[in-house]
Design a protein. Structure first.
Length: 351
């Protein structure tokens, strides 16, 4: 009888691992608690426009994502960075000048990053994947792992968590995981979980017409960092920004939207005052991504990697994957793929 694997989490890492197992002829099931696949990859569409509300960029020297894009026949393009930069001080005074756009040299994906996750989903048979399937409990009897989801139970040989460790820690484990393991899980910051992102969509790229790159830095807010988020060619066009105020102070969405538009108008002039759409995604209030601990701000990129005590659990049958445990590219899209590749090589390639 072939070995059966449960992958919990249908973001980039879980999808990539499932696709590896599919190509290798393995028996597995991929479960996602959300009503969509993609995890922190979420692309909004308006007309022919595509706007990433989670991660948006990848970079040279990231071979795994480049390889997937090439294999699936997708297209990358350069982040728009031509023109002057905009600066706003604490009082809302705006200055413009030349400088290096902070995301110049990064790449975006034609169609948005959901084009990548959708390509992965298409390669996973419908019988081996399910949405709206939250795993609430796992029980280990010394040989097999029984998972509970949607009020049902099923038995597996291995279980892979392809999700933030803090969210994984919410699952009920029988027997309970050792205290040091729970502490290790809850101490790993979830990348991007405390962030909120706004995308304002317009019919014309009026900032480009004015000689501006769309890049802006602000000490007043609510957005602290802004970039051009337009498609590679054609419209609609867009500006996006990272919200700098704390989750507690941005809980009133209508007030936040008002301040976002007011800020864009200060920075880029009256044409910015009436976006045709204003998309907003606050990851701090997404329970599939963030916990209360993730609402504390991150001031630097965390040092990620797999804590030693997460390895070998339940006789090596309980595996933690996802970008937060990647050694080299932790927190990035490449890290999600790195972690999936490592899990496959360590636990499946020789079995």
């Amino acid at each position: 009888m072939s070995e059966r694997t449960l992958i919990i989490g249908g973001g980039l890492s879980g999808l990539a691992l499932a696709e590896m197992l599919e190509r290798d002829g393995r028996d597995y099931v991929l479960l996602e608690a959300r009503s969509r696949f993609g995890g922190r990859i979420k692309t909004e569409h308006l007309g022919d426009g595509y706007f990433d509300m989670g991660p948006a960029w990848f970079w040279p020297a990231q071979p795994r994502i480049a390889g997937l894009i090439a294999r699936f026949g997708l297209e990358k393009f350069d982040q728009y960075a031509s023109g002057e930069l905009t600066f706003e001080d604490e009082q809302g005074h705006v200055q413009r000048g030349k400088g290096f756009s902070s995301m110049e040299g990064s790449w975006r994906l034609k169609g948005g990053l959901s084009a990548l996750t959708e390509a992965l989903v298409e390669r996973i048979p419908e019988t081996k994947r399910a949405l709206n399937s939250e795993v609430t409990a796992l029980a280990y009897d010394g040989s097999n792992i029984t998972g509970r989801f949607r009020g049902e139970t099923s038995v597996f040989d291995k279980v892979v968590f392809a999700m933030p460790p803090r969210v994984a820690a919410k699952v009920k484990f029988e027997p309970a995981l050792p205290d040091d393991v729970v502490t290790a899980l809850t101490n790993v910051p979830t990348w991007m979980a405390g962030q909120a992102k706004a995308v304002a969509v317009y019919d014309t790229p009026f900032w480009r017409d004015a000689g501006l790159s769309g890049d802006a830095m602000s000490r007043r807010g609510p957005m602290t960092e802004i970039h051009d988020a337009s498609p590679e060619v054609g419209g609609p066009y867009a500006l996006f920004g990272f919200i700098g105020v704390s989750p507690r102070d941005r809980a009133d969405e209508q007030v936040l939207r008002h301040h976002i538009v007011a800020q864009l108008t200060r920075l880029f002039g009256e044409p910015a005052a009436e976006p045709k759409a204003l998309f907003l995604k606050d990851w701090a209030f997404d329970p599939r991504t963030a916990t209360e601990a993730d609402k504390a701000p991150l001031y630097a990129h965390p040092t990620y990697g797999s804590p030693r005590n997460l390895i070998g659990l339940w006789n090596g049958q309980l595996i933690f994957s996802g970008t937060e445990v990647a050694e080299q590219f932790g927190g990035y899209l490449e890290g999600a793929l790195e972690s999936a590749e490592k899990s496959f090589n360590l636990y499946f390639s020789n079995t």
